[in-house]
Design a protein around this ligand. Structure first.
Ligand code: ATP
Ligand code: SF4
Ligand code: MG
Length: 430
């Protein structure tokens, strides 16, 4: 039995309208039928564009959002059906580390207070003295000095604050840690240190991770298995190396083709897949295969029939009606990719700008799409879609209250842009 099993999990947020008569006018299909398993002691990496539902899925596992349907079986117990008070015991065993280290730490509490709060709530340590000793031990494990105890979150660099976030999870002796974009607010040089720390802790403590990221590079080395999400669903899942060496879903192929290769010759010769259009809204997802509005190989059947995630051998699962045919080259492309698409997109942007100029209004495409359009002939569309996508919206606020579910009181989420600049001053690990 796997430690964590998700069975067709759906989280649909109702969209309400009206002041006098509050009524539901639709739903945001944030998570729309996800099944996956995470083995004890392993790391499952979950990647996908901004807004595809990664954070919502992580929060659903911890029951921080209402699960519309489906099962979340942890160590043999279905958490989705557990009464609130019974869920409390499981909360300690499943912890979350958040993207925004500063926003998820209460600025008015010192580190000892932040870390001991959850311990006291879960009855860990007989008194504060015992808790303090345990906290010192964990601080050493995450590479922070013991004098950090009496200091406040703002006194630390971005990387150190993320270590505090990890320590806050560890003092509760969890089995599973859900790391939601654990390094995306950090400097690239600091990112590797935090990822190394997570790996080292996993080795020492036998932890199980679900690591969420929009950046494939972040999850590659830490993950045993990687799942790729698109609009609330998994489109591909495979052992980490297999996914990188031979991505089989058109969306994964596009994501991978946007990751630059250090060798300039390989880089120039590489085939890129440029995705048409933007990520559709999860409030109005396309019929059939959710990816059919952007897929270079979309066929008629794709618009009406949703493909099921199917194992094509050795645990490489793909949700595409034509995965085999695409590989064999026996199905025709219906949309252009690569350089053709760059030229076509440029023409659309130019046209849009002309029309806007004539009408005397600012051009949306010129504002939002021009950079990503390949004006420079740069074909990294899939990556651009990430970078140009929504800034972290829900999650920042979500982080603050998620912390509150167990420990830290909700504090206003703050931008961590500045923390990315902060140099890592932490001694020790890395
Ligand atoms: N509480 C909520 N109510 C309504 N819609 C929500 C809520 N939380 C999230 N959403 C919507 O659900 C969708 C998925 O959001 P989610 O935060 O899970 O995406 P994500 O993949 O984590 O994105 P990012 O990479 O930007 O963090 C988005 O369209 C978001 O606006
Ligand atoms: S099912 Fe059709 S639209 Fe979806 S990924 Fe496969 S080929 Fe593309
Ligand atoms: Mg998120």
């Amino acid at each position: 039995m796997s430690l964590l099993e998700l069975d067709d999990v759906k989280v649909h947020f109702p969209v309400r309208k009206g002041i006098l008569f509050d009524r539901t006018v639709g739903h945001v299909y944030a998570v729309d039928g996800i099944s996956l398993t995470v083995e004890a002691g392993q790391t499952y990496g979950l990647v996908g564009e901004s807004g595809c539902g990664k954070t919502t899925l992580g929060r659903a596992v911890l029951r921080l959002v209402d699960i519309t349907s489906g099962g979340v079986v942890f160590d043999g117990t279905d958490l989705a059906r557990l009464p609130g008070e019974e869920m409390r015991g499981f909360r300690r065993r499943l912890q979350m580390v958040f993207q925004d280290p500063l926003g998820s730490l209460n600025p008015r509490q010192n580190i000892e207070s932040i870390l001991s709060e959850g311990m006291a709530a879960h009855g860990i340590g007989r008194d504060q003295g015992e808790r303090r000793e345990k906290i010192k031990d964990i601080l050493a494990k995450v590479g922070l000095p013991a004098n950090a105890l009496s200091r406040y979150p703002h006194e630390f660099s971005g990387g150190q604050r993320q270590r505090i976030g990890i320590a806050r999870a560890l003092v509760l002796e969890p089995d599973v840690i859900i790391c939601d974009e654990p390094v995306s607010a950090l400097d690239v040089s600091v990112q590797a240190q935090v990822i190394n720390l997570l790996e080292e802790l996993q080795r020492q403590l036998g932890l199980t991770y679900l690591v969420i990221a929009h950046d494939l590079a972040v999850v590659r080395h830490i993950s045993d298995v990687i799942g790729v999400m698109y609009l609330g669903g998994l489109v591909e899942e495979a052992p980490s190396d297999a996914l990188y060496e031979s991505p089989r879903h058109p969306y994964t192929k596009a994501l991978m083709s946007a990751v630059p290769v250090p060798d300039p010759e390989v880089e120039d010769a590489r085939e890129r897949i440029l995705l048409a259009g933007d990520l559709p809204s999860p409030a109005n997802p396309p019929s059939g295969c959710r990816f059919h509005t952007r897929c270079p190989w979309a066929q008629e059947r794709c618009a009406s029939e949703r493909p099921v995630l199917t194992d094509l051998g050795e645990g490489h699962k793909v949700a595409c009606h034509f995965a085999r045919e695409i590989e064999e080259g026996t199905v025709e492309q219906t949309r252009s990719t690569g350089i053709d698409a760059v030229v076509a997109t440029k023409a659309v942007v130019r046209k849009d700008a002309e029309v806007a100029q004539e009408a005397g209004v600012p051009s949306a495409a010129a504002e939002s799409g021009a950079d990503a359009s390949g004006d420079t002939g740069r074909p990294g569309a899939a990556q651009d879609a990430d970078a140009a996508g929504r800034p972290a919206t829900g999650p920042a606020a979500a982080e603050a209250d998620a912390g509150g579910a167990d420990e830290a009181p909700a504090v206003p989420a703050q931008s961590t842009a500045e923390s990315a600049d902060a140099a890592e001053r932490s001694p020790g690990t890395g």
